[in-house]
Design a protein around this ligand. Sequence first.
Ligand code: ZN
Length: 166
Amino acid sequence: MSTPTTVAADRVVLFHYVLKDEAGEVLDASGEHPMVYLHGHGNIVPGLEKHLEGKVVGDEITAVVPPEEAYGVIDENATQRVPRKEMPKDLDIKPGMPLRFRASDGRIATLWVTEAKGAWVTVTANHPMAGKTLHFEVVISGMREATADEIQHGHAHGPDGHHHHH
Ligand code: ZN
């Protein structure tokens, strides 16, 4: 099997990136190791996945992704206050902390703490990057065909496909 070079569904793509907001402040970046993901399975924000489609190894890509194609727009009604006593006692609750719980439909949902003072904790369903237009600078550094396991699971198992996980 030859090594693929074009980003397409069911290929594992490696890339380095710097993510900035509209003011040019760095929000996130890949470190020494590239980001590894399975293309076409919604593992990265939709707007970036769209920009990477059809690109080749070595390409440098600048992608401006609006909130609607990233972490969503801010929903002003997604914030609520929860009594501190309803949360685990041993949990050191701090602003910015994600709280995962099982919703009534059985799905795992995430809320983020925005404030924790006294008897109340304020939480929001808005992702910390909601409402932000994301500016990505990406360099595609590698690629391979996904294994059958990865396609079935809907995610990459690391750069070489042999990583132990869940
Ligand atoms: Zn898996």
